[in-house]
Design a protein around this ligand. Structure first.
Ligand SMILES: Cc1cc2nc3c(=O)[nH]c(=O)nc-3n(C[C@H](O)[C@H](O)[C@H](O)COP(=O)(O)OP(=O)(O)OC[C@H]3O[C@@H](n4cnc5c(N)ncnc54)[C@H](O)[C@@H]3O)c2cc1C
Length: 573
């Protein structure tokens, strides 16, 4: 082979797409099981979105509140997910969280400590007890540093700055993946016996988001095209507090740790409005409740000059703030020239997390495509209609490990699935069409239009008319996909990456909006002003599957709680 269709082939037992917390934890499990492992990541190793995690990791260690236990963690997670979560995933999370946190400590993570030297725990929204283990406000950085160190000392091969463009499946079985080494400017085919998608979320589908540049839902679109079922796509979490000013930093996260450490929310009239919306839990109610309350204050005219509300932590004193929230102090100082020990912060909701994603079997993390697994934010089922803060990092460790264990067991039994080389040629043609089209349309303005429509019409308060406007915008953008393109080569070409990501974003956007239109009720993060109540008829997961080029939608009843969990997950109004 030569010229346009040049590519090299790598072979491995287990391929992992993503080097965030889920991907790295899976890699540790798979190498420990004796499998050969390749981790592919479009960002540099150590730079995955997970490094941005701030507030902490939830586990019922009971170090500061001894009453805490896995049952309370189960209840908090299941109930605040508004009964849409998969009970078995929630049970595994709650039961295994302490072991995974202590294991991370054994790997070398240095958590903040109680005076007696135990791992310190802080309060967080809708967690009954102080449950979040943390490292100041840099917990994600410590998690990635620790896991990365462990992976670096294993046999796993890292392909970073490598963008996967296709997952290859044959007759419902996974066979490998194809992509571009951006560093080398070359194509590579990776043949594998099992594949774990740990590619994170899709926050970058929206204009205002806390997510890093990688969050373009690639893994969702790639898995979908390979035959996997996507679930609860409409469930997008708005974090209550993102920065609002100056405009260039709009959406950057202000950690829930600020409220966990006592930060209070005020409107422009100086009213602590959460006392009105949630007298008991106040600022530490679930994220959907706090985000909607802030949003109402703003749209009803009680917002600040720049369209936010105030978050105030000054009463804690400079020493405490600098010790507990050093990154927040630096973030406001550097980006907004505000000293949060002396001034109030201006905040507003920002798109933060996607509860929906790839549907998995709770016992194995395998999808409906044999040999294809998913973990972390790319997977769905655990958080239901609303994720509790701190539960994502726990998710990465618990289900990253489970995916690694299951994918290696599968790889050991399975064999490499053969496929025709024409599959690779077709993919090369698709990718090259983006750089071989001299009169091509610039993808960036189209991406901006998509993001603006999503932020405008698929926000905190949704309704049929707005959702249909978003759907129309997507439908008018879709035909333009075939005309987009940029100049340059395969090597570090951000324009090419934008073309590839846009294709994935459009795919996710369409399913997300269709799901939101179909869910004619309000549940957790999905709030419909035209259907403001929760409906028992919609205690169902909305599923999408590609069938001969058509998106097929169906509903699946949420699995019923088994007897031993019935009391903990009882549905209340
Ligand atoms: C600012 C911020 C603070 C947060 N704080 C907390 C917190 O305190 N506690 C908590 O529990 N959660 C927190 N979260 C949420 C949490 O950080 C994420 O949900 C979690 O890190 C996702 O991890 P992941 O391993 O699933 O994916 P990610 O960390 O998003 O990693 C995805 C990986 O996939 C790669 N990838 C994507 N597409 C491709 C492709 N096409 N080809 C190759 N590689 C690809 C990326 O390069 C990356 O390596 C926070 C989120 C943000 C944005």
């Amino acid at each position: 082979m030569s010229g346009k269709y040049d590519y090299t082939t790598l072979k491995t037992d287990v391929l992992i797409i993503g080097a965030g917390g889920a991907g790295l934890r899976a890699a540790i499990a798979a190498t420990e099981a004796g499998c050969s492992v390749i981790v592919a990541s479009k960002s540099l190793l150590g730079k995955a979105h997970t490094v941005m995690a701030e507030g902490g990791i939830a586990a019922s260690l009971g170090n500061v509140d001894p009453q805490d236990n896995w049952q309370v963690h189960f209840r908090d997670t299941y109930v605040e997910g508004v009964f849409l979560g998969n009970w078995r995933m929630v049970e595994l999370l709650a039961k295994e969280a302490p072991d995974r946190v202590y294991e991370l400590e054994r790997y070398g993570a240095l958590f903040d400590r109680t005076p007696e030297g135990k791992i310190m725990q802080r309060p967080f929204g809708a967690h009954t007890y102080r449950r979040l283990c943390y490292v100041g406000d840099k917990t994600g950085l410590e998690l990635i540093r620790t896991l990365q160190d462990k992976v670096a000392h294993s046999e796993a091969k890292i392909l970073d700055e490598f963008v996967v463009t296709k997952i290859v499946s044959v007759n419902g079985k996974v066979a490998g993946a194809f992509g571009i080494s951006m560093r080398e400017g070359t194509f590579k085919l990776i043949e594998c016996k099992s594949l774990i998608v740990a590619s994170g979320g899709l926050g970058r589908l929206f204009k205002v988001t806390s997510n890093s540049w990688e969050g373009t839902g690639d893994g969702l679109a790639l898995s979908y095209r390979a035959g996997a079922v996507l679930m609860d796509m409409e469930m997008v979490q708005f974090h209550p507090t993102g920065m609002v000013w100056p405009p260039a930093v709009r959406g950057i996260l202000v950690t829930e740790g600020v409220r966990g450490e006592g930060g209070m929310l005020y409107n422009k009239d100086g009213e602590r409005f959460m006392l009105r919306y949630s007298p008991k839990k106040k600022e530490l109610d679930a994220r959907d409740v706090v985000a909607r309350s802030i949003y109402r204050e703003i749209i009803e005219g009680r917002g600040t000059e720049h369209g936010g509300v105030y978050l105030d932590i000054r009463h804690r004193g400079a020493k405490y703030i600098m010790e507990k929230l050093p990154s927040m102090y630096m973030q406001y100082k550097e980006f907004a020239e505000i000293d949060i020990t002396k001034e109030k912060m201006e905040v507003a909701p920002t798109v933060h997390y996607h509860m929906g994603g790839i549907r998995v079997n709770p016992e194995t993390q395998m999808t409906n495509v044999e040999g294809l697994f998913a973990a972390g934010e790319a997977a769905s089922g655990l958080h239901g209609a609303n994720r509790l803060g701190g539960n994502s990092l726990t998710d990465l460790l618990v289900f990253g490990k489970l995916a690694g264990v299951s994918a290696s067991a599968y790889a050991k039994q399975g064999k490499q699935i053969k496929f025709d080389e024409s599959v690779v040629k077709e993919e090369i043609d698709r990718v090259m069409s983006f750089v071989e089209n001299p009169g091509a349309t610039n993808p960036y303005p189209l991406i901006d239009t998509l993001r603006e429509s999503m932020s405008k019409y698929v926000g905190i308060l949704r309704n049929d008319s707005d959702l249909n406007k978003a759907y129309d915008a997507i439908k008018s953008l879709k035909p333009k996909l075939k005309d987009i393109g940029v100049r340059g080569s395969l090597r570090f070409n951000p324009g090419l990456l934008a073309c590839l990501e846009f294709t994935n974003l459009i795919q996710s956007a369409e399913l997300l909006v269709r799901g939101a239109i179909e869910r004619k009720e309000s549940r957790g993060a999905h709030f419909r002003s035209d259907f403001p109540n929760r409906s028992h008829d919609f205690r169902k997961n909305i599923l999408f599957k590609l069938n001969e080029g058509r998106d097929e939608m169906s509903f699946a009843a949420v699995p019923e709680l088994p007897d031993h969990l019935k009391d903990l997950g009882k549905e209340e109004d």
